[in-house]
Design a binder for this molecule. Structure first.
Ligand SMILES: *Cc1c(COP(=O)(O)O)cnc(C)c1O
Length: 428
């Protein structure tokens, strides 16, 4: 058996293994199509009887190499890249839910996902129930129905910084015969691997730390291969009954542990087509090569900034699970012992206008609709990313109206703190 590399080495080495005379660096296969010698070879690909490339909407070698690296980082059996994190979360749920189905989701999730689940998927006939992860088991379990198909949550929620008790929710999901899907965008597999705690499917907005340089929007879905679809065959007809669009092939029987991710690629990507461009996958791979180094620096800087904010008299509250005073400290120690992420949520004393004045006074730190980037940046979710949510929905999503989301980058931390200090002084 081949030696298993450690996470840091996987970041650098996995995915692309060139053979004699091939490029050392992952090439961009900027080609929509691939050549075969005869018609029979091509036909076998269409019947999923052979594996091989034929059209980039279905598979592309650059994308597959990067997906393989992400799968290995997460400890999964397979992965698929998508055009965005939104597409990843949509496909992850839609792969096992159809009209008339239902799923349960944590309410402390990214605003875009909240809309996707609560508004857009409802139009497709798929309903969800938002639950507060802080409710007791009984209250959360009351949300499960006979037609419930999955449970969804974020390892570290964007923007609130709530830590999801993966083991607890995996147990609950499995008790009801459904998989747990975890959006692991903020923690990245460097700091948490949800499969080790019982999650079945992991999703990513690769736009964030994985790319890390704010160059490309992208997403990924990773399959642990652990969920036994056939044990709940009545719940998952899409996986356990023949697919008419593939001559009656049954994914769970034909692909075993790879059933879920194969269906996502062969059926959903074929029909819906939200692929990541090979060019973006190439850039994503460059980001992944330094993910382990950057995450370490993001966490160290964020810890120092969070401690600085906590003792500042202008600051009303700070949520960062690395702070001993934080209510997620214990969960953070359990799931994220080496650090969580670079994102801090905090509020200033005073009004919303004070918060805006502070943000406008920052010099090096920019106001951008982005997060988890090498450059420190800041955003006021209530007036930016989450502005389509009502005050009640904001509260439900764990987003206080005064919440400032500070995404701490990898600059020298003293420059970051000095910029915050001068902006606090200037906005008095
Ligand atoms: C940004 C984000 C998304 C959406 O990803 P896009 O790449 O912007 O489509 C989903 N989940 C989380 C946790 C995010 O931070």
């Amino acid at each position: 058996m081949e030696k298993k590399l450690r996470r840091e080495s996987v970041c650098v080495q996995a995915g692309w293994t060139p053979k004699k005379g091939e490029p050392r660096v992952l090439p961009i296969y900027q080609s929509t199509t691939f050549k075969y010698d005869n018609s029979e070879q091509m036909a076998r690909l269409f019947d999923l009887e052979d594996t091989g490339y034929f059209y980039t909407r279905l598979q592309n070698p650059t994308n597959d190499a990067v997906a393989a690296k992400i799968a290995e980082l997460e400890g999964g059996v397979g992965a698929m890249l998508t055009s965005s994190g939104q597409a990843a979360n949509f496909y992850a749920v839609f792969n096992i839910c159809q009209a008339g189905d239902h799923f349960v989701t944590s309410n402390t999730i990214y605003g875009g996902t909240y809309n996707l689940f609560g508004v857009t998927m409802k139009k497709l006939g798929i309903e969800c129930t938002f639950v507060d992860p802080e409710w007791d088991d009984k209250r959360i379990e009351a949300a499960f129905r006979p037609n419930t198909k999955c449970f969804f949550g974020e390892t570290i929620s964007n923007p609130g910084g709530h830590v999801f008790d993966i083991e607890r929710f995996a147990r609950m999901a499995h008790k009801h015969g459904v998989p747990l899907i975890v959006d692991n965008t903020f923690a990245t597999p460097i700091n948490c691997r949800p499969f080790e705690w019982g999650a079945d499917i992991v999703t990513h907005s690769t736009t964030k730390y994985m790319d890390g340089h704010a160059t490309s929007v992208g997403g990924a879905i990773v399959d642990s291969g652990n969920f036994d679809w056939n044990a709940h065959a009545d719940k998952f007809p899409g996986l356990c009954q023949p697919d008419e669009s593939y001559h009656g092939l049954t994914y769970a029987d034909a692909f075993g542990k790879m059933a879920y991710i194969t269906k996502a690629t062969a059926q959903l990507m074929r029909d819906l087509g939200s692929i990541q461009s090979p060019q973006n996958a190439f850039l994503l791979n460059l980001g992944l090569e330094t993910l382990h180094l950057r995450m370490r620096q993001h966490c160290a800087n964020a810890q120092a900034v969070a401690e600085y904010l906590e003792q500042n008299e202008r600051v009303a509250w700070v949520n960062y699970c690395g702070l001993k005073s934080n209510k997620y400290y214990e969960l953070g120690q359990k799931y994220l012992p080496n650090g969580s992420c670079g994102v801090i949520a905090f509020g200033l004393k005073g009004t919303k206008e004070d918060a805006i004045r502070f943000m406008d006074s920052l010099k090096m730190i920019c106001i951008v609709t982005h997060v988890a980037d090498a450059r420190t940046c800041v955003l006021h979710p209530a007036s930016h990313t989450h502005r389509q949510l009502s005050d009640e929905q904001l509260r439900e999503a764990g987003v206080a109206p005064d919440l400032i989301r500070l995404s701490v980058g990898i600059e020298n931390v003293e420059d970051i703190i000095e910029d915050i200090q001068q902006a606090l002084d200037a906005s008095k």
